[in-house]
Design a protein around this ligand. Structure first.
Ligand code: NAD
Ligand code: NA
Length: 395
């Protein structure tokens, strides 16, 4: 079929298999152009199909020659209907990994469930024996609790007061004010239940109980802090409470891994265009200004550059550098004073008229469509392409 982008609200409901393959290939090429990492040999990535998780899987495979198992929740293709981009990304990743002689298998299902944890544990046991790194990179708006069956929904709301600020509809370029009403107590509980650390802990407990964690095992989950500007809706909002919980969970997990000298870390990553971040109000405007400033200073990074730096310059050093809260920071460039001062100044000036000048709205849009395999040079989007792509190592 001929596949063109089709958007609904903030998301794109079609994706292009060859474009997704191109996106993956670009990331593989980047990693191959860098010096190798002496790190993990067997890696499990939970949330492995897009964004930071995909970059983590690519870095593990092509940067350290690791065997990888990826867990994700993606929509397979049907005749006349495209798969979700994470499906095509994974198909392309596995094809390249297998060509390079690397073990790569995948599990598509709800990572929050006991069944998927069990299936993953059995696969590790059968094929790999033990693993030495688990990357936890889930971003989900809902979680069905495995014990109670209750379905929790996360929210992106401020706590205490209504928050009013500018935002951009990046599809139209319109900058306007939005007001987000303060959350309820229940919203906080729900968001912490979905995006906090409970499920990460359950994963590691399960794998530990089954004897599947190697000595010196490491696990990393991803967090975000960001500027003052977005604090009410991000770090001091409902999602921030979930991130606080995730960060606290790292210490609990480490406590339970003493006998194998295992350690859990949270890495604070940079703001980037992903399917998840596009859905957060205010953040797209911040990102489009941030990109402009970081590109001007030659400091811009995408997911793959971020994760390579995490592995190469943080995770596998003898002494892992952390901040006063014990977190790994790869948001150091985003948070630099000169960058933040410039973004704060541009923020005040941002209007529908000025944004295309002072912000990187084009860059934002381009990256957004790239997530779904669109806007890549060298791909003929008028041409018929086969949507029925399968993932070679899908279990
Ligand atoms: P993403 O939407 O690109 O990736 C989410 C992944 O989770 C996908 O692989 C998806 O298939 C998987 N997933 C979602 N629900 C699932 C389920 N129920 N079962 C199995 N898999 C499921 O998101 P991302 O932006 O890469 O976010 C990953 C992590 O990084 C999140 O914790 C996010 O908060 C954090 N982070 C993101 C940013 C950013 O700006 N995007 C910055 C810092 C930290
Ligand atoms: Na991810």
């Amino acid at each position: 079929m001929i596949i063109q982008p089709k958007t609904r609200g903030f998301i794109c409901i079609t994706s292009h298999p060859e474009g997704c393959a191109k996106n993956v290939q670009n990331q593989i090429d980047y990693i191959k152009s860098k010096s190798p990492i002496d790190g993990a040999k067997n890696v499990l990535v939970i949330g492995a199909s897009t964004g930071f998780g995909l970059a983590s899987r690519i870095t593990s495979a092509f940067g350290e020659n690791a065997a990888t198992i990826g867990v994700f929740f993606e929509k397979p293709p049907a005749e006349g209907r495209t798969a979700s981009s994470g499906w095509y990304n994974t198909a392309a990743f596995e094809e390249q990994a297998h060509k390079a002689g690397l073990y790569a298998k995948s599990i598509n299902g709800d990572a929050f469930s006991n069944e998927i944890k069990e299936q993953t544990a059995q696969l590790i046991k059968k094929d790999l024996g033990k693993i030495d790194l688990v990357i936890y990179s889930l971003a989900s708006p809902v979680r069905t609790h495995p014990e109670t069956g209750v379905r929790y929904k996360s929210t992106l709301k401020p706590i205490g007061n209504t928050y009013t600020n500018k935002t951009v509809d990046f599809h139209t370029g319109e900058v306007k004010e939005i007001s987000i009403e303060a959350c309820t107590e229940e919203d906080i509980v729900n968001t912490v239940t979905v995006m906090g650390g409970e499920d990460w802990q359950l994963w590691i407990d399960k794998l530990k109980k089954e004897g599947l964690l190697a000595d010196n095992f490491k696990t990393v989950a991803y967090s975000y802090i960001g500027p003052k500007l977005t604090e009410p809706v991000y770090r001091k909002g409902t999602i921030g409470k979930a991130k606080d919980h995730l960060e606290a969970t790292a210490f609990n997990i480490t406590d339970g891994l003493k006998d194998i000298k295992g350690k859990a870390f949270v890495s604070v990553n940079k703001a980037l265009v992903t399917q998840s971040s596009s859905a957060i109000p205010v953040i797209p405007l911040y990102i489009s200004l941030l990109y402009k400033v970081m590109k001007e200073k030659n400091l811009q990074e995408g997911c793959i550059e971020q994760i390579y730096r995490l592995f190469k310059e943080r995770l596998y050093l003898d002494e892992i550098p952390v901040d006063s809260e014990g977190r790994i920071r790869i948001d150091d460039l985003e948070m630099r004073d000169d960058i933040q001062e410039k973004v704060a100044q541009l923020w005040k000036e941002a209007t529908t008229e000025s944004l295309s000048e002072i912000g990187d709205l084009e860059g934002y849009k381009d990256e957004f469509f790239n997530l779904f395999g669109f806007n890549f040079d060298g791909i003929d989007y008028e041409k018929d392409t086969n949507e029925m792509v399968s993932i070679p190592g899908l279990q």
